[in-house]
Design a binder for this molecule. Structure first.
Ligand code: G3P
Ligand code: CA
Length: 282
């Protein structure tokens, strides 16, 4: 299973793929994470109107697709992902925004090979199955974050659907499941208690954290990096919890957290962190 592939600590997780050097949550981001020598990658999964699983972060389509250019969808603003079918989403471009906006300045700084930019500009929204297949072919483990389905709060069917995708693509032993919706984690634990789980937390640690994680069946804890310090990490890691804070883009802070015992840090800059760690080990 996932953690058996990682016997120690100090690993690099590429957030939404290597999203500083490729359009997030696309095949290019997966490839960039592999090329950056990240240890594994994180992606976000959501359900379409017709029940397909797509890899996409935001609740709405406007930031990272060209939906505003599709006149047939103009009357469906603000374009929630969950209101579109998979066939409709296939019509969208999910890469051109990255080339046009250069959100991390990496294109301007020449940090992306010019010959791969055209391919990035053509990216679409991938299905979960497609990225899992590609990850398996690259032997590249995956942290699947199951996004809270805010449009259908009582519907927890996404959990079974994600599990079925893992089985279909033969990636069950490569996947770590995380979610801010801890009910999803409880359900996954009931479906298959061997699937490793991590609780995502944003603002405040749950009371009696260790017991809480045990009650979820979670051995991983993914807090916002803003609510932790190295002492917290040392304590929790000493209790056997795999701590992976997000999103750590300050490389000094990333190294300090890894030194303190984090299982991994989730970063937009896996290429930079990998270079830092490699330089330190020489
Ligand atoms: O899984 C860690 C991190 O991705 C959670 O926050 O908003 O980037 O999905 P977000
Ligand atoms: Ca995420």
């Amino acid at each position: 299973m996932f953690f058996e592939r990682f016997p120690g600590s100090g690993y690099v997780c590429a957030h939404r793929g290597a999203r500083s050097i490729a359009p997030e949550n696309t095949m290019s981001a997966l490839q960039a994470a592999v090329d950056a020598k990240a240890d594994f990658w994180e992606l976000d999964v959501q359900k379409t109107a017709d029940g397909a699983l797509v890899v996409f972060h935001d609740d709405f389509l406007n930031r990272t697709t060209d939906i505003h250019t599709h006149t047939q969808f103009l009357d469906r603003q603000p374009w929630p992902v969950s209101h579109f079918t998979i066939e409709e989403l296939r019509q969208l471009n999910a890469g051109s925004w990255f080339l046009a906006g250069d959100p991390h300045g990496t294109i301007t700084r020449g940090e992306i090979a010019p010959e791969i930019l055209p391919q990035m500009g053509e990216e679409g929204i991938p299905t979960l199955d497609a990225v899992l297949e590609c990850s398996r072919k690259n032997a590249f483990p995956i942290n699947i974050e199951i996004k809270d389905q805010i449009a259908s709060p009582g519907d927890v069917s996404i959990v079974r659907d994600v599990y079925d995708a893992m089985q279909r693509t033969k990636t069950r032993d490569m996947v770590l499941i995380s979610s801010f919706n801890h009910e999803y984690l409880r359900i996954m634990h009931r479906i298959d208690p061997d699937v490793p789980l991590a609780a995502l937390v944003e603002e405040k640690h749950p009371d009696d954290l260790l017991s809480y994680l045990q009650s979820l069946g979670a051995c991983g804890y993914h807090p916002d990096q803003a609510i932790i310090d190295t002492e917290f990490v040392q304590t929790l890691a000493g209790q056997g919890i795999k701590v992976s804070p997000y999103t750590v883009n300050d490389m000094d802070w990333a190294c300090a957290l890894l030194e303190a015992g984090c299982f991994s840090v989730i970063t937009d800059f896996p290429q930079t962190l990998r270079r830092r760690l490699t330089a330190h080990s020489m």
